[in-house]
Design a protein around this ligand. Structure first.
Ligand SMILES: *Cc1c(COP(=O)(O)O)cnc(C)c1O
Length: 392
């Protein structure tokens, strides 16, 4: 189906932060499958995990105890607020499970009227019906039939409306990305996240965090909400969880998962042995002090350099935002044009984003030399953009 606006780049192979096209051109990849290859391309530990598991067992149904599934769940539980985990194949399925868990909780808790889910403008939660309704971005919902009942959108930053939502008697949950990804790298202030936790505790509303993009070390802590010293009740994770292999997970406290009993949810592929082997390897390699401190170090360097570019090219870059290695640059020129110039002129791959941003989502193990190179290529792209814009 013609649903993708594809770049004119036929890819062939990758290694670390490098990606090669079929024509042999080498690119510096600061997209990484949209923050999915947390360890870059073809990381040897992941390659080994796939190979070893591929020779042993690929897939069995969840009617059996699956090797690796409990181990990865235990690791996620140990490293988070959660008590239980459900494995999926994608981010949107993890979000779907989160939404279902929230509604089912209230139903099991004797309050089936609590069905309302509040999301925010600029959010992205994936492409299933639940996820597009939760984010309520018109370009993803239009033409797909009636809006699903019980989904509402709030304006990001409108605390009054959010408080009213928390206090409404039919509210089930509030869902947000602690740092928005697709929406343009907007970070919810830590005080706001703490206040949400308080409101949720007071009202019994469940707090769902979508950390599909900002989780798994991307911000320099394993989970983005750790910066606020608080935790949600339910959390969707995916993208870097599998290091490039399709894995998602919905994490929840035992309290929030109260309604998720035998038979109410399931998946054929979710948590299969091959996925779990790669997931364990990826989790073990990402959740280390070395990787997390590398993220903070490289992010601090990039932030300083990019702020410098923003000062020197105010006609090109108007804002640097995001957290850790989830970096957004709000541009004057069209972001798609800019991405094309970076790719074709400088062989630097960057992603688009809402609010006319481009995003840099390099691997979490990016070296300082690679970061320098990314800045140089970005600087030359800014120079190129300037001449392009002068030429009209
Ligand atoms: C990518 C993304 C999703 C959807 O993940 P898929 O694997 O594409 O279904 C959901 N939420 C956020 C924040 C994302 O960045």
């Amino acid at each position: 189906m013609g649903v993708y606006n594809r770049a004119p780049l036929e890819v062939d192979r990758g290694r670390g932060a490098r990606l090669w096209g079929k024509d042999g051109t080498e690119y510096l990849d600061c997209v990484q499958g949209i923050s999915t290859n947390g360890l870059g391309h073809a990381h040897p530990v992941l390659v080994e995990a796939v190979k070893a598991q591929a020779e042993k067992l690929w897939h069995v149904s969840n009617i059996y105890k699956i090797p690796g599934q409990e181990e990865l769940a235990d690791k996620l539980v140990e490293a988070s607020f959660a008590d239980v985990v459900f494995f999926t194949n994608s981010g949107t399925e993890a979000v779907e499970c989160a939404l279902k868990t929230a509604r089912k909780f209230h139903s099991a808790n004797g309050q089936p009227e609590r069905i309302d889910i509040y999301g925010f403008d600029g959010a992205f939660h994936g492409r299933t019906y639940g996820a597009i309704n939760a984010a309520a971005n018109p370009s993803y919902t239009e033409g797909f039939g009636p809006k699903m009942e019980g989904f509402h959108q709030l304006t990001w930053g409108d605390r009054e409306a959010l408080e009213a939502a928390f206090r409404a008697p039919t509210t089930a949950a509030v869902i947000l990305e602690p740092v928005q990804g697709e929406g343009g790298c907007r970070e919810t202030p830590v005080e706001e996240l703490r206040w949400m936790r308080q409101m949720a505790d007071e009202t019994g509303v469940l707090l769902i965090f979508d950390e599909v993009q900002c989780g798994m070390g991307r911000t320099g802590k394993l989970w983005a909400h750790e910066w606020a010293d608080m935790a949600p009740d339910i959390m969707a994770v995916a993208k870097a969880l599998g290091g490039g292999f399709p894995i998602g997970a919905c994490l929840a406290s035992a309290h929030a998962a109260k309604g998720m009993t035998v038979g109410v949810h399931g998946s054929t592929f979710g948590g299969n042995p091959l996925a779990m082997a790669v997931g364990q390897a990826a989790f073990g390699a990402i959740n280390t002090p070395e990787i997390l401190s590398n993220v903070s170090e490289i992010a601090a360097y990039l932030k300083q350099q990019l702020n410098g570019l923003c000062e020197r090219f105010p006609d090109v870059i108007v804002d640097v935002r995001g957290k850790g290695l989830l970096i957004g640059l709000k541009l004057v020129p069209n972001n798609r044009d800019f991405m094309g110039w970076a790719r074709d002129e400088q062989h630097l791959l960057i992603a688009g984003g809402g609010d006319n941003c481009v995003r840099m989502l390099p691997p979490l193990n990016l070296t300082l030399d690679e970061a320098r190179e990314a800045v140089e290529r970005l600087e030359r792209t800014c120079e190129f953009a300037r001449t392009k814009m002068k030429a009209g």
